[in-house]
Write a protein that binds this ligand. Sequence first.
Ligand code: ADP
Ligand code: MG
Length: 365
Amino acid sequence: MNALRQRKSWIAILLLALLLGGCSSRSPQETADAAPDEVPQVEPKGKVYYTYFDTVSYVYDYAGDSAERFDDRSAEVSHILSEYHQLFDIYHEYSGINNLFTLNKAAGGDALEVDPRLIDFLLCARDMYELTDGEMNIMLGPVLRLWHDCREAAEANPSEADIPSAEALEEAYRHTDISLLEIDREHSTVRLADPAASVDVGALGKGYATERAAEYLEQQGAAGYVLNIGGNIRCIGDRPDGSGWVTAIRNPDNSADDFVRRIRIRDTACVTSGVYERYFTVDGVRYHHIIDRDTLMPARYYDSLTVITPDSALADALSTALFCMPWEDGNELAKEIGNVEVLWLFPDGEQRGTPGIAGLTEEQS
Ligand code: ADP
Ligand code: MG
C-alpha cells in the first residue's frame, strides 16, 4: 500500500473511532454563526491552577452557573487534570501508580501494569502517529531528551550554550521506532522493548487531558464553559447569547500582546504551537522545542501554527505534526481529516489559512 493510501485508511479508521467513542469520543459539531439573542451577558467566573503539566490552567464559566455548581465542576476538572498530570509525568514517580516515568525506567524490562486510562492514551498516541505519518511520535523521547538537556544547560549557563551533536541525535533516533511501544489492552500492560527507548508526551498529553475534562463537563450538561490548559483552549458549547469566544493569535515576532488576528470560536478546540514558546539561543540562532524527525532539528517551516478542530487531543497532535510538514502536505492532511482549520504563519510574515479560517476571523477594529 502506498503511503497516502495507507494514511487514508488510517483516517477512515480514526474517524470511525471518533464516532464510536474511542480515542476521541466527541463527534464533530457544526460551529455555524448563531445570531445573538436576548440572553443577558453574565460576568464569567474563573478558576486558575498552577500545578498541572508545568503550565497554567484556567476554567471559565460564562453560563452563569451557581457558585456552588461552578465550584463542584471546576473541582472535578482539577481532579481529572491532576490524575492525568500524574499518569503523564516523565520526571517524577508517585506512590501507588505506574506512570510514564515508571514506564521509561522499566524500558527493556518486563511489561508494566498500568491504569486503563494510560492504555487508552497510548493507543490514541499510536493512532496519532499513524494519522500524521509519524511526524508526531511520542517515542521520540531519546531525541527530545538531548534537546531538553541542552536547553536546560543553556538556561543555566547561556555563554556555554550548545546543541546536541549529529552523532548523538542519530544514535538516539535509533531507539524511537513506534513498534518498540508494546501495548496489551486486554491485560492493561505496556512495555518499551528497548532499554534506550523512552516516551515524551509533550505534544499530546495536555490536549488529551483537556479533552477528557471537556468530556466530563459535557456529560454534566455544562455549556458556556471554556478550558485553557496551557494554551490548549477548548470551548464547551457556546455563550448563552450565541456569540462564541474570541481568541487572539499572537504575532510570533513580537511581545505577547501583539496579535496578528482574532478568531471567533465556539464548541471546539484551538491549539497554537510556536517557535517563541520554549527555546534557547546558540550563536544568535534560536532553537525551539518542536523537533522534525527528518532532520532531528527544530522544524523550520513556520513561526507559528494554529489548529481549530472539535477534539482537543487531535488539535494538540496536529499542532505539532503540521509544524513539521511542508505546507502542501499539511494542507492536504487537514483536508483529508475534515473539520480541521489551520492558520500557518511563515517566517517571512506570510499567513495562510484553510478555507474556513476566513469565516472565523474577526474584522480588525
Ligand atoms: P506546547 O505543548 O509546548 O505548547 P506542542 O504541543 O507543539 O507545544 O508540543 C511540543 C512538545 O512536544 C515538545 O516540548 C516535546 O516535548 C514534544 N515534541 C517535540 N517535537 C515532537 C515530535 N515531532 N513528535 C512528538 N513530540 C514532539
Ligand atoms: Mg501539540
